[in-house]
Design a protein around this ligand. Structure first.
Ligand SMILES: Nc1ncnc2c1ncn2[C@@H]1O[C@H](COP(=O)(O)OP(=O)(O)OP(=O)(O)O)[C@@H](O)[C@H]1O
Length: 243
């Protein structure tokens, strides 16, 4: 059974089609970097997979068609949007433990074992020192790492990440890519990750999907393919506006 299969996907907003006849197939757990110019439709693809954008065509998640109703998110998917905001003061550990919501019933409380798992995840991301801090007081990069801890705690087989390294310094960028790599290899997760950090992809194993290409397809990551796509993106400005 394939992890994810997309056939002749057409999606966009009102009169504006951003994804045209997109087809790709992820046969087994893998890391997939989604790249492309600003406005090319990368976030739109992840929003389509999480039921936020209407589409035509077929999306099979672990062999099952994705529900077409608005806001539907398959149980097998976790999603970290580009902008994720919290407007009330909440402790980091409280926000991270919420990653276990799929395993809880509505009014269940989080147990000390649940908090233990949240702390272990913070430790894995090397941010245990943030556990008792108020989330809204953290820097943008620290907040991004906390969201990542929450997402990893969800433990879904397929993770959709929209620019998870956007605000991170070079050390933390590398760390997050290493974590994604380990996650795929050691826990057989599939990670679809939107990124503009092409050079961080060089040591990764997995695939590239360049949404700015006229007919995007999955391409194996290698130094040659990463650098060729980087040159393509540097030379051709094919943003949605110009299409
Ligand atoms: N809800 C919406 N209604 C109408 N147009 C939208 C909506 N959301 C996004 N768009 C437009 O669709 C286009 C693609 O947006 P999208 O966020 O998918 O691009 P992206 O490739 O993720 O870009 P970036 O690299 O800048 O994050 C943009 O021009 C954007 O303005």
């Amino acid at each position: 059974m394939s992890v994810l299969e997309i056939k002749e996907l057409v999606a966009g907003y009102d009169e504006r089609v951003l994804l045209r006849n997109l087809s790709f197939f992820v046969p087994e757990p893998a890391f997939v970097a989604i790249i492309g110019h600003n406005g090319s439709g990368k976030s739109t693809l992840l929003k389509t997979l999480t039921g936020q954008v209407p589409y035509q065509g077929q999306i099979l998640v672990q062999g099952k068609p994705l529900a077409k109703r608005a806001g539907a998110i398959a149980r097998s998917l976790s999603y970290l949007p580009q902008k994720n905001q919290v407007s009330f003061p909440i402790k980091v550990r409280e926000l991270v433990v919420m990653g276990l919501f799929r395993q809880k019933r509505l009014l269940d409380h989080y147990t000390s074992a649940d908090y233990g798992r949240a702390e272990a995840m913070l430790d894995r991301l090397h941010i245990s020192h943030l556990s008792q801090r108020t989330f809204t007081d953290l820097s943008g990069g620290e907040q991004q790492l906390v969201w990542l801890a929450q997402l990893m705690l969800q433990d879904a087989p397929i993770a959709l990440l929209d620019e998870p390294t956007q605000q991170l310094d070079v050390y933390h960028k590398k760390r997050v890519f290493d974590l994604m790599d380990a996650w795929v290899r050691e826990e057989q997760k599939t990670v679809l990750c939107i990124t503009h950090d092409l050079l961080n992809l060089l040591p990764m194993e997995g695939y590239l999907l360049n949404i700015s290409q006229p007919s995007p397809t999955l391409e194996k990551i290698s130094p040659e393919t990463v650098l060729a796509q980087q040159r393509f993106l540097e030379e051709k400005a094919t943003s949605a506006v110009q299409r």
